[in-house]
Design a protein around this ligand. Structure first.
Ligand code: NAP
Length: 470
């Protein structure tokens, strides 16, 4: 047989998960010197992972990267196979049998747990559920969020917490021209939430939000943002962190928190100067050094018990320790936004404590031994961190390792690739879609958004999407 990667013997790679790292991995292989066949499998009809169903609707510029990924789908070597659940419709072993290599890029689908009493009480949600729901993810379409109480609490202070808080804080007029799903807009329109708490276990020198996201809290039409000035007082280690050159970003964030701690004057921004000052009806409270220790309520969330924390440890290694001081907050809904977590896939090793696939630079390992043919990239490889572009370097690292392994991947056995995938799926009567079919759905969504002035109105049920193709 000709050399692997030649026209007669193309390198056939299956990629599982069509989020950013899946596209970047496909692109890196297509741009290598080799002749390749790339088969990108995706559980949903729609590609783009968290760019479509994670990025906040009011951040349209970040969503622009979908256009870049669509261009990556153009080469003949690229095949998209949407609406296929790997592990159910086709197994990882079947993909290994039919391809030289399989790359798992399925992201981090669930959230970390707090591990406190009452965590699963009605009204306590994960941020991922809420984010996927307002972004029209079909698996979350039927979730219900009760926004009838005046107080909502978000645990964690990363960018996902910021997204959730903004969606709860914004007016319908601020959201209605975004691609937020109509069902979510309808629920938000009737929201009674007035007080939004974003609660961190550590202090303002350890906030995980980025400055752009934090600044947006100063630009909300109907919501003022508050930080208790007493909570901006730093301990010695935190001061050392901020004066260190590695603490420059954290210092900027800290200063933004301090701005919110200054006395608020009633706003006139939306009013003519001669009218009465405009008191914004919603309040966003950013609080520090608190951990929820119990969620209480009769059948549904009514009260959150917090324990005040103190920080201990060397600069940059400080952890929160409970002081024993408790306080209570009445609330009707809580979102745990303490980091995403990967889920295991049958046939692939999984590090349960870390929620990732164990790997060395993208080569999957089990008990420190490399598993032939299996690779990984993105959040399921390194954990949930970084921006969309971070996945490019991550996928490139994996592909560099894969290309070094070329000799080992050459099984001398013909790999049937796409042809065999189609045969397996046809035998199981799976209605998979290709990229051209996705583009039909995509165009229809854009068309449906036009009368409302939205970039698109997403289909939120798989059946609705498939109905566009008949
Ligand atoms: P994250 O940035 O890791 O933030 C997690 C937050 O949860 C931190 O404040 C962390 O505090 C806290 N936390 C963790 N365990 C906790 C516990 N047991 N109790 C209380 N608090 C706890 O995670 P994320 O917000 O999910 O974001 C994931 C990644 O996506 C990040 O890289 C983020 O920047 C990115 N993202 C970017 C954008 C954007 O660019 N606009 C939007 C969304 C997400 P500690 O610091 O104390 O651990």
């Amino acid at each position: 047989m000709s050399k692997l990667g030649s026209s007669d013997n193309p390198l056939k790679v299956a990629i599982v998960g069509a989020g950013p790292s899946g596209f970047y991995a496909a692109d890196a292989l297509i741009n290598s010197e080799l002749k390749v066949e790339i088969n990108l499998l995706e559980k949903l009809c729609a590609p783009y992972g968290l760019v479509r169903s994670g990025v906040a609707p009011d951040h349209p510029l970040i969503k622009k990267s979908m256009e870049k990924f669509a261009l990556m789908a153009e080469p003949d070597e690229f095949n998209y196979i949407g609406n296929v659940c790997v592990g159910k419709d086709i197994t990882v072993d079947e993909l290994k049998e039919t391809h030289h290599a399989v790359i798992i890029t399925m992201g981090a689908e669930t959230d970390r747990k707090l591990g406190i009493p009452g965590e699963d009480i009605k009204g306590s949600h994960t941020a991922t559920e809420f984010v996927a729901w307002y972004n029209g993810h079909p698996e979350y379409r039927e979730r219900e969020f009760d926004l009838s109480h005046e107080t909502a609490v978000i645990i964690g202070q990363g960018n996902v917490a910021a997204d959730v808080a903004r969606i709860l804080s914004k007016t319908i007029d601020e959201l209605k021209f975004t691609d937020i799903s109509q069902h979510a807009l309808d629920v938000l329109e009737n929201s009674k939430v007035k007080n939004i708490y974003i609660v961190g276990r550590r202090g303002p020198a350890q906030g995980a939000m980025t400055s752009k996201e934090l600044k947006e809290f100063g630009q909300l039409w109907d919501c003022d943002t508050f930080v208790d000035p007493a909570e901006t007082v730093l301990n010695k280690s935190s001061e050392d962190e901020l004066s260190d050159r590695n603490g420059r970003v954290a210092k900027k964030i800290y200063e933004l928190f301090c701005n919110y701690a200054e006395e608020k004057k009633p706003h006139t921004a939306r009013q003519f100067p001669w009218t009465r000052p405009y008191i914004k009806p919603k309040k966003c409270h950013i609080q520090f050094l608190r951990s929820p220790v119990e969620l209480k309520g009769n059948k549904k969330l009514e009260k959150i018990i917090f324990e005040k924390n103190t920080l201990s440890g060397d600069p940059f290694k400080q952890s929160a320790k409970g002081t024993g001081n408790k306080e209570e907050l009445d609330a009707g809904i809580l979102f745990r936004s303490i980091g995403y977590r990967g889920v295991p896939l049958d046939g692939v090793p999984f590090h349960d404590a870390w929620g990732v696939i164990p790997n060395e630079k993208g080569r999957v390992v089990e008990n420190e031994v490399v598993v032939p043919q299996l690779y990984t990239a993105g959040w399921i490889k390194r954990g949930p961190s970084g921006i969309i572009g971070t996945n490019k370097a991550c996928a490139n690292e994996t592909i560099a390792e894969l290309l070094q392994d070329l000799e080992n991947l050459d099984s001398k056995k013909k790999k049937l690739g796409l042809k065999k995938i189609y045969e397996i799926l046809d035998n199981k009567k799976v209605r998979y879609i290709n990229f051209i079919e996705w583009e039909v759905i995509d165009e229809q969504e854009i068309h449906n958004g036009k009368p409302k002035g939205k970039p698109r109105e997403k289909f939120t049920y798989t059946d609705e999407m498939l109905a566009q193709l008949t």
